[in-house]
Design a protein around this ligand. Structure first.
Ligand code: C2E
Ligand code: MG
Ligand code: MG
Ligand code: MG
Length: 279
């Protein structure tokens, strides 16, 4: 009967909600042990500068490798950590790991490149955020211009005045500032003229539809030329195909981050790549 079906659907619905809650509680309760046991590891994805035709920077991306060796992607645990403010602890941990790697290489006279880290909105609105990050940067004696903070456009909309203040302070302390996932939310282009960011990362959503969709290409071309006029560097994310690379190069996009060139890689592979610079 129809009634029977409804009941089944209802039962299915509550089951999946329950499963989700169990999963969330599971992640929360495992978090601090996982952190202590070094189950969170940092991967690095090189970004390719199109005018130099080689990588010139990278993004740090966290992974959770549990005791069984299974690698859990951030998409499945970050939203849970965001609900519990645990994300700030993780963001800071990743940032410190990046500083440790850089300091080791700088001390040994090995090549380094700028690295960006992601900062969740919760961390961004932590009143101690800039103080903590700048003191870690100083602790590891990282020179200005080597560390970049990525935040999402929603961090900017929440409270524009506070946002501008944070950007100014980050700049004072020698950080570069990047807006991540541009185009995913409600950002408007006109807003960009008022916010002094260094880098705009165009979300992969821009590039998912077939590369010969003329309208999309016109939009991307327009965005990139306007952003360039504002002296903001453009990074295109999620680029997997040669046609996309050719098009982006043609319209003056500065940098590409995508599987076409490099996937996120463990630290050892990343340092091997860096060691090859200038050889
Ligand atoms: P994001 O910051 O926008 O990072 C880019 C994501 O796109 C990464 O996913 C990267 O692996 C993926 N990607 C890069 N190129 C390609 C490509 O060509 N094709 C495809 N299909 N994907 C590509 P990942 O590593 O799974 O991270 C997902 C998101 O998790 C990140 O998106 C970021 O928002 C968040 N995240 C990662 N690490 C951290 C962290 O330490 N702190 C915070 N707060 N968030 C983080
Ligand atoms: Mg990012
Ligand atoms: Mg992004
Ligand atoms: Mg993204």
């Amino acid at each position: 009967t129809v009634k029977g079906q409804e009941e089944r659907h209802y039962a299915f619905y509550t089951d999946s909600i329950r499963e989700q809650m169990v999963e969330e509680i599971n992640i929360q309760s495992r978090f601090s042990d996982a952190l202590k046991n070094k189950e969170f590891i940092v991967y690095y994805q090189p970004k390719v500068n199109l005018s130099a035709d080689s990588f010139d920077s990278a993004e740090a991306l966290v992974r959770w490798q549990d005791k069984s060796g299974r690698v859990i992607s951030p998409a499945s645990f970050i939203p849970v950590l965001e609900k519990n403010f645990l994300i700030s602890t993780l963001d800071q941990y990743v940032f410190r790991e990046v500083c440790i790697l850089m300091q080791n290489r700088l001390k040994s006279g090995l090549p380094v490149i700028p690295v960006s880290v992601n900062v969740s909105k919760i961390q961004f609105y932590n009143p101690d955020f800039v103080r903590i990050y700048s003191s870690i940067k100083e602790e590891y004696q990282i020179p200005d211009g080597l560390l970049e903070i990525e935040f999402t456009e929603s961090a900017c909309f929440e409270n524009t005045e506070y946002f501008l203040e944070i950007i100014a302070k980050l700049h004072e302390h020698g950080f570069l500032c990047a807006m991540d996932d541009f185009g995913k939310g409600y950002s408007s282009l006109s807003m960009l003229k008022d916010i002094p960011i260094d880098v705009l990362k165009l979300d992969s959503l821009f590039f998912v539809s077939s590369p010969d969709s003329k309208k999309d290409l016109t939009v991307i071309r327009g965005i990139i030329s306007m952003v360039k006029e504002l002296q903001i560097r453009t990074v295109a994310e999620g680029i997997e195909h040669k046609e996309q690379v050719d098009f982006l190069k043609n319209i003056g996009c500065d940098t590409i981050q995508g599987y076409y060139f490099y996937k996120p890689m463990p630290e050892d592979d990343f340092t091997a790549l860096l060691n090859g610079i200038g050889k």
